[in-house]
Write a protein that binds this ligand. Sequence first.
Ligand SMILES: [Zn+2]
Length: 158
Amino acid sequence: MTEEQKSFMKMAIELSQMGMDSGIGGPFGCVIVKDGKVIGKGSNAVASTNDPTAHAEVVAIRDACKNLNSFQLEGCELYTSCEPCPMCLGAIYWARPSKVYYANTKTDAAKAGFDDQFIYEELELPHSERKIPFNQFMRQEAIDVFDNWINKENKTVY
Ligand SMILES: [Zn+2]
């Protein structure tokens, strides 16, 4: 890692401490960098905003996308204080940054009481056996909307 990369990770870790100290949320921070400049940052804000999706990575992705006026983070690097949870992993793949760097691991997070493991286990289970049961119905009606999307002429593909 270069000194510059270390400084970005240091910033993400500082955000994790600051967010926790100020009561914004849990001990997680994230910084998004493009061309050597920070273009988005965030710390976990779940508790203070009543938003279960306000993980540091999601907060930082929203900030970076707003600043770039884009829903993609091409050419960006994401520095996060902790290995991303399954939700953030999904958000990162949708946002498509070039690289992800993380400091502590999901095992470290589990020791601190943040256990993502059960979500990974849920992904392996049949829908009906999940803690939150998933039930399917009205498939064709929803497919009709997909057909409309497929046939739509002016659309933003993402
Ligand atoms: Zn997360």
